[in-house]
Design a protein around this ligand. Sequence first.
Ligand SMILES: [Zn+2]
Length: 110
Amino acid sequence: MEKQMLEQQDVFGFGDRRTIQADLDRVLMMAFGRALDVSGLMPMAVMNVMANAFGTLYRQVAEQHQNQPCPCGWRPTSAQDIELLKSALEAAAKWEPADKLLTMPALGRA
Ligand SMILES: [Zn+2]
């Protein structure tokens, strides 16, 4: 009973967020693959187009929220919002090059 209530309260919580993330990851990967095949562009060129599309999506949704009140209550603050989006992109995209990993000192050597 208690567990069921907690699950119902989690509709917009972490569990649902993970599902949405997985869905969007899959959809974006499919769109990327299709754009790559169809366009013959290099991967970074396709990602640049996708980043433009994402920026356009933000601008359109933000404009909607500025022009008329929305039940969700969001008030866009473009400079702050864009900084947040840039940070999220950077955190998700960062990776350690293989050569850097190889020069890391080995731990727990016998
Ligand atoms: Zn809204």
